[in-house]
Design a protein. Structure first.
Length: 134
C-alpha cells in the first residue's frame, strides 16, 4: 500500500489501461478455464459444477465489456476518466462484501489471496482518483 501511495505515475490513463487489460485477460481466462476454475473454486457435485461453468461463460463477456470500457475511456478528459474510475470503485464495494460472504461459505474455496488482484486494482483506482483531482 505504501508503494502505491508513493508512485507518482498514477495518471488515470495508465490506471485505466491496467484495469482494462486485466479485465480483458480475466474475460478470456474465465471462458478458457471455466471447468478448471469452477472445479477448483467450488466444493459441490457435478451438476452444480456444470452450472458454475455456465456462469463463467456468462461472466466472461461482462469482464470483456468492463475491460473495453476502461480501455476506450483512456482518451477521455480527466473529469470523465475520474467518473469511470469512481464507477469501478463503487462497484468493488459490493463485490468485496459478496466475496467476504463467499469466503465464509464451506462450499466455496476462496481466501484473501483469491481477491488480491482485485484489492490491488481497487487501491490503484482510489489513489489515481484522489491524485487526479483538479
Amino acid at each position: 500500500v505504501g508503494l502505491i501511495l508513493k508512485l507518482r505515475i498514477m495518471k488515470p490513463k495508465l490506471i485505466l489501461t491496467i484495469v482494462g487489460a486485466v479485465y480483458i485477460f480475466q474475460s478470456i481466462m474465465s471462458i478458457i478455464f471455466a471447468r478448471a476454475g469452477s472445479e477448483a473454486m467450488f466444493n459441490v457435485g457435478e451438476e452444480a459444477i456444470e452450472l458454475a461453468i455456465l456462469f463463467q461463460y456468462g461472466v466472461g463477456p461482462v469482464f470483456l465489456m468492463l475491460g473495453l470500457m476502461s480501455l476506450f475511456s483512456r482518451n477521455f478528459k480527466v473529469e470523465s476518466q475520474r467518473k469511470i474510475m469512481l464507477a469501478v470503485i463503487i462497484g468493488y464495494i459490493p463485490f468485496f462484501a459478496v466475496f467476504y460472504y463467499f469466503s465464509n461459505n464451506e462450499m466455496i474455496n476462496m481466501s484473501l489471496g483469491s481477491a488480491s488482484l482485485d484489492i490491488i486494482l481497487f487501491l490503484l483506482l482510489i489513489v489515481s482518483y484522489i491524485k487526479s483531482k483538479k
